[in-house]
Design a protein around this ligand. Structure first.
Ligand code: UDP
Length: 380
């Protein structure tokens, strides 16, 4: 089966990293069409996945856009749709990996008569999307998609609540290669030394810097923890959240924890950094659609605490594979950090069990098989 994948982003967020794993088995018979240029293109190239930047014009519609803005952007994307229609003639199906890719893919699927698959990586709720954007996504998916792959039960439920058709929607979790998360003790020792983390209890946060990802909650929690606790903030503002970065720097100064917080920026050595942490904290203040970082922490054998909402609830069994806390509550988070610090052995056992469970539940070979099976049922 030849697949034309579409993704709007030039930067590698969770949806894009998931797409790399999905496209790999099709690398000799697929194309990833991007609507922006950037480091995501390089990542695809490094993985020998054919990629082409189909437009460099920014599509103006944003997550909170109104109907008028949405309609005017359709006129803007007409040349892009024409290009996708032309490309699609060489492929058996169109696989839209993001919302703007869905809109373009829906129209291109209509004109090219190729089936459309929509991989839903979002929770289509008012917290994340305007009413107009939810309506556009649901209408395009209902009318044009033969299959919607939701990245969690939470994403599927929100899609159906927004009017999406349940009979075309299947849940497939993100898959991972567990081998990547097996790191040698000597490497951990080396990176800890390099980052000046020796003797510290290290809490890592791995996410783009954005208000809803809640890095500020972790900083507020840190201020209530003993001095030996240090925080690593790994990730950058992918979508222009510069004000938030400034806010975080102000907050660490105000709370007098500037010596205990390290901003590492965007990194490509996530498994190594996670292995060097004693605890990974996920602190999203709005429901997380899936939460790749939660599974990655488990695969690393590192303790994990996640905000109790959305997909995170499906990933973590409290007390058995990690911890769940009320979203936006720094005090509760601080309590879990202190528990992990005081009860190192007991909580390390939980992390070891989580590693085994995650290795079974989220193996990329299995998730890719699930997707291949779903695609094989399509009328191509
Ligand atoms: N990530 C990364 N480098 C960074 C920060 C994060 O590669 O500096 C990765 C992280 O390991 C995870 C992904 O970005 O695989 C984020 O996915 P998640 O589902 O947690 O959040 P999303 O970006 O989809 O909102």
């Amino acid at each position: 089966m030849k697949i034309l994948f579409l993704d709007q982003s030039g930067k590698p967020g969770g949806a894009e990293l998931c797409l790399v794993d999905i496209a790999k088995p099709y690398r000799d018979r697929c194309l990833v069409g991007l609507f922006a240029d950037g480091s995501f293109r390089n990542l695809l190239e490094q993985n020998q996945i054919p990629v082409e930047v189909l437009t460099t014009h920014q599509i103006q519609v944003r997550k909170e856009s109104s109907l008028a803005q949405g309609l005017s952007s359709i006129a803007q994307i007409a040349p892009l749709i024409a290009k996708v229609v032309q490309k699609a003639s060489n492929y058996d199906l169109i696989y839209a990996n993001t919302q703007k890719a869905l809109v373009v893919g829906a129209l291109a699927s209509f004109f090219s008569q190729r089936p459309l698959v929509y991989h839903l990586h979002d929770i289509l709720s008012p917290e994340h999307f305007s009413k107009t954007n939810r309506r556009i996504a649901v209408t395009c998916a209902n009318r044009f998609a033969s299959l919607v792959i939701a990245n969690s039960q939470a994403s599927k439920t929100a899609f159906i609540a927004a009017g999406g058709r349940s009979e075309i929607t299947e849940v497939v979790y993100n898959g991972f290669d567990p081998k990547i998360y097996q790191i040698q003790e000597s490497e951990i020792h080396h990176i800890k030394q390099q980052l000046g983390l020796d003797g510290q209890f290290v809490v890592g946060h791995f996410s783009r810097l954005a208000p809803w990802k809640g890095q500020h909650i972790l900083i507020e929690a840190l201020a209530q923890c003993p001095q030996e606790v240090t925080v690593l903030l790994v990730g950058d503002a992918l979508f222009g959240e510069q004000d938030y970065i400034q806010h975080l720097h102000q907050l660490v100064t105000e709370l007098d924890v500037d010596k205990r917080v390290k901003f590492l920026g965007f990194r490509s050595d996530i498994p190594l950094l996670m292995a060097a942490c004693d605890l990974v904290a996920h602190t999203s203040t709005s429901p997380e659609p899936f939460g790749r970082v939660i599974v990655e922490a488990m695969l690393s054998g590192t303790r994990v605490v996640a905000a109790k909402a959305g997909g995170a609830i499906e990933l973590v069994e409290p007390g058995k594979s990690g911890f769940l806390v009320t979203p936006g509550d720094p005090q509760e988070l601080a309590q879990v950090i202190i528990t992990c610090l005081k009860e190192k052995e007991k909580t390390a056992n939980i992390a070891n069990k989580a590693r085994m469970t995650a290795t079974q539940r989220f193996d990329v070979t299995q998730t890719n098989q699930q997707i291949a099976q779903l695609l094989s049922r399509l009328p191509v």
